[in-house]
Design a protein around this ligand. Structure first.
Ligand SMILES: [Zn+2]
Length: 215
């Protein structure tokens, strides 16, 4: 904890001072984040850092393996769905971004079973991603982790469309759903295209335009 408090003191002396006017404006006018980001809780895949976002720009939900459960009004508490509802219906974000990542422990648990010490909740949570596992299992064993990590993003995007007010907002052109994949080994972000393929070239606009210029 001491290291965290040290970090807080650096925040107060650095970031807080630099962003003070932004925080004051945000507290006065309220938040208007440009996007809802749904990411894994993994400590190596922080959306705020990956997107180099400022305070107030991203409304973030993080959970094991960046999963979205299907829309279900069963009367039980739904932490993920309630945060989605707030971001979409109250804050009216224009974009939802689901970001998966490499070396995901949640996906590993899905494919191979959760370790015994996390069996109370992780196994059951990861059952949401069973369709992603089924698709991954058709591939050679060494590719399954990578495929399933990408499939988990596609599945979350599909599950988002089961929320009636998300579907209607998407159909009306007021909301877009986006998929991304962050490789923690290389720091590269891939983006899911209309063709259903994750591609890093879609996030490297600068490099692409330079290449075009050279041609
Ligand atoms: Zn993960």
């Amino acid at each position: 904890m001491d290291a965290l408090i040290d970090g807080y003191r650096r925040f107060r002396a650095g970031t807080w001072q630099a962003e003070k006017s932004r925080f004051e404006e945000l507290s006065r006018l309220g938040q208007r984040p440009r996007a809802l980001v749904i990411a894994c809780s993994d400590s190596r895949t922080d959306p705020q850092m990956v997107f180099n976002a400022a305070p107030g720009e991203l409304f973030v939900i993080r959970n094991v393996a960046n999963l979205v459960p299907p829309y279900d009004q069963d009367g039980r508490p739904h932490g993920v769905s309630s945060a989605i509802e707030y971001a979409v219906r109250s804050l009216r974000v224009r974009d939802i971004v689901v970001i998966g990542h490499a070396m995901c422990g949640g996906i590993q648990a899905l494919l191979h079973g959760a370790p015994a010490e996390v069996s109370d909740f992780v196994d059951q949570w990861m059952r949401i991603a069973e369709p992603a596992k089924q698709r991954a299992m058709t591939a050679p064993a060494e590719q399954r982790q990578d495929i399933c990590e990408h499939e988990s993003v596609r599945l979350s995007l599909a599950n988002l469309m089961t929320f009636p007010w998300i579907k209607s907002a998407v159909d009306a052109g007021a909301l877009t759903l986006n998929g991304c994949f962050f490789d923690i080994r290389s720091g590269v972000l891939e983006r899911l295209g209309q063709d259903g393929i994750f591609d890093r070239s879609r996030t490297e606009k600068l490099a692409v335009s330079r290449r075009r210029h050279a041609l």
